[in-house]
Each structure stands twice: as structure tokens, then as C-alpha cells.
Design a protein around this ligand. Structure first.
Ligand code: GTP
Ligand code: SAM
Ligand code: SF4
Ligand code: SF4
Length: 328
């Protein structure tokens, strides 16, 4: 059985983008009320007294957009300073990074994954649902700043959508030729926006690898991380190429993670809503920390049974939360 030691922590469900693969189009989401967000004190208490004692040592901050949560730099500092923290990373859309990257680095964050679905401003704006002044330049600047500040590894996440950005795969892969960046191509998952997830909504990673192989060749590689990416490299390139293939290949048998939502729900599997625990309500009701710890330890024991099993390629899920509410 895999050791489950990686917690993805969503600190906010709101976002300044509205990516069409992540949220339903046009529909208003029910955002978490402020009083229902886990406070940082509660979150740190849960980390110190529940998660670390049951074996979690690697943490990722996500959202919604984590940089929108007031005080995020202080939270980074607190988690980075915990003696047991072996890895702390963040997944962000990068829009606010230009002004925040240095503070995050100084607070102890070293690893950052940034979503960038297109090198074309128009396509980018279309994907993120932006109708005003283009947001591509500022996002790109945020990525450059993160690089300059010293984030390493610096990873770029690309969700590949047929007919939208799949023609850019070679251009995005080319970013790794002379930069120590790590570009990861993600197969679109049926969670977030079911309307966009049609029969041919995702492209198998192997097809993308074949395109890249034909252009430059491709060899096995490695990069530091805790996630499900299979890592390759164009021969002689400075960076790497990762493929996150949740639709065409199954990585659930090596699953090492759980997720904590911004309102304190512990979710044992991204693609299965069974077994979730409402830690915030239980904590606020005055239940003892040892009893709460026991509940989490029990959930860890049954996690292998909960892990996603209906992995028929193309199958659609019916989920009560969008990706933006879970954190990816
Ligand atoms: N199905 C599935 N997809 C996942 C899981 N973890 C991450 N992903 C997807 O992988 C993509 C990239 O995730 P990131 O937030 O960058 O994190 P990561 O790849 O785990 O991070 P590293 O530690 O850098 O390897 C997102 O689209 C996630 O939704 C998982 O447990 N199951
Ligand atoms: C939900 S976002 C949260 C963090 C941050 N806002 C960002 O975009 O990086 C985390 C990751 O989930 C990915 N994601 C969202 N919806 C997805 C979907 N339906 N299928 C695959 N990946 C998805 C995003 O591309 C991103 O890399
Ligand atoms: S993928 Fe990230 S940036 Fe895009 S809408 Fe979802 S949470 Fe926001
Ligand atoms: S789908 Fe569930 S079991 Fe599979 S890797 Fe993701 S979180 Fe783990």
C-alpha cells in the first residue's frame, strides 16, 4: 500500500480567472462564506495536531487562486517553518506572482506550479474567460519573475483541450529547450465543466509524446515532485516535459494524497466523493483533537477502497464540487 503523506490544501474557492475546463460556464458558484473558511489558526492546528501526527509531511497550497487569500505569505512562512515539513509547494495561475513571488520565496516557498494553457494572448483569454484587457502579459511576467526570484523547479501546467490549444503543444514544449522550466501536459478530466467535457474532450498523452518525439526525440527524465506526472526530456534540453494522464493511464495505485478544502472538508480522492470528513465543523463543535485524529487515521486505512476505480476512458463524473472548489 502506498504511503499517504501529501496533503493538497485549498485555501480559497474564489478565483480571478474562470477557466472553462475548471468551472461551469455562466453559472454562479456558491462561494464559501468567510465565517466558513478555515482560519489559518485552525489550519495550523489541524496540521500540527492531526495531519503531521498521522504521517503527512508534504503540503501543497492551492485554490481557487491561492494568492487571493489574504495573509497567504504568512501562512507559507508558518508551514515552511514547521519542523516536520519536508516539502511545501503552491499551484497558482500566476496572475499576481509578479508582485508576490519575492515575498513567497522569502517566506520559505521553493516550488511553484503555474497554469499556462497558451502562448497566444487571444486563446489564453478565451480559456480563462477574460473579456477585458488581455491577462496573458501579466501572467507571463509573473512566470518570469518567479523564475528570476529562484523558484526551482518551476513547472508550467497546460490542460490540453482539442481544437483550443492542442496546436500549441510543440511551441509549449519548446519552452524547455533553453529554459530550466518543466512543462506538463494534463489530460482534461471530467470534473469542473461537464458541458465542455464531450466525447473527444481529451487527448491521450502518448499522442502528444509522439508529436514531440517526431520533432526532437524524447528520453526519460526526472524532476522533483510528489505528483502523478511521467517525466521526459527533449535530448539536450534544459527543462523537462511532464505528462499527467489521468484519463489514458491509471496512476491511482500509486496515490499518495488527500485534499483539504478551504471550508475544512477532508477528501480522500479527487474523483470519488465517498468518505469525506467535515473537520471544521467537528473541530468547532469542541470534539477532542485525539478523537479527530482517530477519525482521520481511520479514513487513511480505508482510502485504498475509496480510490477511484471507474477509470473507463471518457467516462463522465457527476460531482458536487468543481475543480476550483477542490484545488485540482
Ligand atoms: N486524477 C488526479 N489528478 C491529479 C492528482 N493530483 C494532481 N492531479 C492533477 O495534476 C495536475 C497538476 O497538479 P499540480 O497542482 O501541479 O500538482 P502535482 O503535479 O501533484 O505536483 P508536483 O508535486 O509538482 O508533482 C492538476 O490538473 C491536478 O488536478 C490526483 O491525485 N489525481
Ligand atoms: C484548480 S487549479 C487551482 C490552482 C490555480 N488556480 C491554478 O490554476 O493553477 C489546479 C490545477 O487544476 C487543473 N485543472 C482544473 N480543472 C481541470 C480539469 N477539468 N482537468 C484537468 N486539470 C484541471 C488546472 O489546470 C491547475 O493546474
Ligand atoms: S484552473 Fe485555477 S485559475 Fe483557472 S479557474 Fe480553476 S482555479 Fe481559477
Ligand atoms: S483519482 Fe483519486 S485515487 Fe486516483 S490518483 Fe487521484 S486522488 Fe488518487
Amino acid at each position: 500500500m502506498n504511503h499517504v503523506d501529501y496533503l493538497r490544501i485549498s485555501v480559497i474557492d474564489r478565483c480571478n480567472f474562470r477557466c472553462n475546463y475548471c468551472m461551469p460556464a455562466g453559472e454562479e458558484l456558491n462561494y464559501i462564506l468567510k465565517q466558513n473558511l478555515l482560519t489559518f489558526d485552525e489550519l495550523l492546528l489541524l496540521l500540527k495536531d492531526i495531519f503531521i501526527p498521522v504521517g503527512f509531511t508534504r503540503f501543497r497550497l492551492t485554490g481557487g487562486e491561492p494568492l487571493l487569500r489574504p495573509g497567504i505569505v504568512d501562512l507559507v512562512r508558518e508551514i515552511a517553518n514547521l519542523e516536520q515539513t519536508q516539502d511545501l509547494a503552491m499551484t497558482t495561475n500566476g496572475f499576481l506572482l509578479d508582485s508576490m513571488a519575492q515575498d513567497l520565496y522569502d517566506a520559505g516557498l521553493r516550488r511553484i506550479n503555474i497554469s499556462l494553457d497558451s502562448l497566444n494572448a487571444e486563446t489564453f483569454d478565451q480559456i480563462i474567460g477574460n473579456r477585458g484587457k488581455s491577462r496573458w502579459e501579466r501572467t507571463w511576467k509573473g512566470i518570469q519573475t518567479a523564475h528570476r526570484v529562484g523558484f526551482d523547479p518551476l513547472k508550467l501546467n497546460v490542460v490540453v483541450i482539442p481544437g483550443v490549444n492542442d496546436s500549441e503543444v510543440l511551441d509549449l514544449a519548446a519552452l524547455t529547450l533553453d529554459r530550466r522550466w518543466h512543462v506538463r501536459f494534463i489530460e482534461f478530466m471530467p470534473i469542473g465543466n461537464p458541458d465542455l467535457f464531450t466525447e473527444r474532450a481529451w487527448i491521450p498523452s502518448e499522442e502528444l509524446r509522439q508529436q514531440i518525439r517526431e520533432r526532437w526525440g524524447l528520453e526519460d527524465s526526472q524532476v522533483r515532485g510528489n505528483g502523478p506526472a511521467d517525466v521526459f526530456q527533449i535530448p539536450g534540453a534544459r527543462g523537462t516535459l511532464g505528462f499527467i494522464s489521468q484519463m489514458s493511464e491509471c496512476f491511482c495505485d500509486r496515490c499518495n494524497r488527500m485534499r483539504l478544502s478551504a471550508d475544512g472538508w477532508l477528501r480522500p480522492c479527487l474523483l470519488n466523493e465517498t468518505g469525506q470528513l467535515d473537520l471544521k465543523t467537528t473541530l468547532r463543535s469542541g470534539v477532542s483533537l485525539s478523537s479527530l485524529r482517530q477519525q482521520v487515521a481511520e479514513l487513511l486505512k480505508i482510502k485504498p477502497e475509496i480510490n477511484f476505480k471507474q477509470r473507463e476512458s471518457g467516462s463522465e463524473g457527476n460531482y458536487t464540487r468543481t475543480m476550483s472548489q477542490i484545488g485540482g
